[in-house]
Ligand binder design. Structure first.
Ligand code: DC
Length: 235
């Protein structure tokens, strides 16, 4: 059987990408980090001076879109897929607080979403894909075979992200991280177009009390059950 389509959505810093990467590795599927694409667009707009301190002119942003080329390339040494913006590896540059602060505003622009959703749909058109984001199960792949919606308590998410940022040498307080996550959730859930929401047929996975391995096992069980039921239906 050709690979299935797995959509993983949820709030910021819920461990979506950790789970999505582990599943893609295990299943030998393509992994697509859709958030990285919104981050790369944001980085490009900052670099070109079209986005400054949260301010931008929509028309200019829309005009710039056809000069933005994003792709993922697998890094064998690091065993991970990395984001390229116009041919340059930007994996590290898109993970800063500066980008996190501005990305929600850019991802609320309909033309930006239309462009990235189109690319995402092409990337996943053959199946055998795990994609994580905010609208994968609702907009990008509304017919995904498995839809997971991840949640975790606000405190736990903030603590995880705080430790992650500290490891990367970014000097922030836990309070600042908590505030940034809450702000991004609010913007992502309340934008007019494709707001973050759980698809009606998504399975909610709260990982507040789960470690990475437990979360992985639980997700894999859901996926294996789905694959079995698809195979039974086919035979
Ligand atoms: O997953 P992330 O935190 O790297 O995503 C960064 C931002 O991109 C997120 O705050 C909202 C936006 N995003 C989106 O609007 N739709 C997606 N499918 C993925 C991310």
């Amino acid at each position: 059987m050709a690979g299935i389509t797995i959509a993983i959505d949820g709030f910021s810093s819920c461990g979506k990408s950790t789970l999505a990467k582990a599943l893609a590795n295990h299943l030998n599927y393509i992994y697509v980090d859709s958030g990285a694409m919104y981050r790369a667009v944001t980085l490009h707009l900052i670099n070109t001076g079209l986005l400054k301190d949260g301010h931008f002119i929509s028309k200019q942003v829309i005009n710039e879109l056809n000069r933005i080329h994003i792709k993922f390339q697998y890094n064998r040494e690091l065993n991970r897929s990395e984001t390229y913006l116009n041919g340059e590896n930007v994996e590290k540059d898109i993970r800063t607080m500066e980008i996190s602060r501005q990305v929600s505003a850019i991802s609320a622009i309909p033309e930006v979403r239309a462009k990235l959703v189109g690319i995402q749909q092409t990337m996943g058109s053959e199946g055998g894909v795990v994609m994580d984001g905010r609208d994968i199960g609702t907009v990008v792949f509304p017919n995904a075979d498995v839809k997971l919606f991840m949640t975790a308590s606000n405190d736990i998410r903030a603590e995880r992200r705080y430790l992650e940022m500290k490891e990367k040498g970014q000097d922030l307080t836990l309070e600042e991280v908590k505030h940034s996550i809450a702000r991004r959730d609010h913007l992502d859930m309340n934008r007019d177009i494709s707001p973050l929401r759980k698809a009606d047929d998504a399975i909610e996975l709260d990982n507040s009390e789960l470690d990475e391995e437990q979360q992985f096992e639980l997700a894999l069980k859901i996926i294996n059950e789905k694959v079995r039921s698809l195979e039974t239906a086919k035979s």
